[in-house]
Write a protein that binds this ligand. Sequence first.
Ligand SMILES: *Cc1c(COP(=O)(O)O)cnc(C)c1O
Length: 340
Amino acid sequence: MKNLDWSNLSFGYIKTDWNVRCWFKNGAWGPIEESDSEFFPIHIAASSLHYGQEAFEGLKAFRGKDGKVRIFRMEANAERLQSTCRATLMPELPTETFCAMVKKVVELNKDFIPPYESGASLYIRPLIIGTGITVGVKPADEYLAVIFVTPVGPYFKGGFSVNPYALVRSYDRSAPLGMGKYKVGGNYAASLYANRIAHEKGYCSEFYLDAKEKKYIDECGAANFIGIKQGTYVTPKSDSILPSITNKSLMQLAKDNGMKVEQRQIPLEELLEMDEAGACGTAAVISPIERIDDIELGKSYVIAKDGKPGPVLTKLYNQLRAIQYGDVADPHNWVTVLDF
Ligand SMILES: *Cc1c(COP(=O)(O)O)cnc(C)c1O
């Protein structure tokens, strides 16, 4: 294992030894290549650079108490990447190739997978970019799929805790019939400005309402929203939010716990009836919400009145983490165990 300060890793980039690549040329994906370079040459007229023809993903691998390495739901990430490829007229990377690339890059960098005790994990970042030359707006004829990894620290350094969010009304991250349900970099470029405003005002992230009516909850920055209302798990149904694999997994665990799960439109005012709320995604699993401040209308929706995460989200958080680290059985076959 590498000599890193495992307990003090942040969510940033640390150079590892290897990345894996696969080129799409002449209408077909080529062999999986291993590279020890952090760079690749790219043509100045590549479609990804000018017209944003690209897709990305994010998933994690975890080292268990037993020393084995577990990758969480990589087939689901492969399928979501394919859906983004279809939406951006890029060739789909087959699930088999995606999974082979993920397993290979994790194994090649096994010395960078944090030890169980650190609470850290290995973040896996796949991307596909248009590398073919385009000046007129059209899809490229060549693409590059790359997967790199980087060790990341536990999201909650001081333990699982609550955070405030800033509701921004003057900005949308995606349009009602736009690209919000796909993992494209452009959605992030579109969110940087509102994200900056939220950070400058001391919030952990910006919070979006639906772009059309500004009436319903959409997303918490780059994470899905979950509310707990009288024991029911409530999460938005919207065509402009990313279908989070973490959210899907938590919905299943909630059902396993005998909870009711509702995926529906959630009017903003319903926040006042929520016992608990959280933002969910691969990075944090769940980041409990302290309050949501409507910074333009000057109204505050306080969720965690005692300033602490609630019991239901805490339980779901612990249950999902236990499956990811292999502390408990994996009843839904979410985990790929690597033996090397
Ligand atoms: C990636 C992402 C999420 C979280 O998805 P997970 O699969 O749970 O990591 C949520 N919202 C947006 C906008 C995202 O890009």
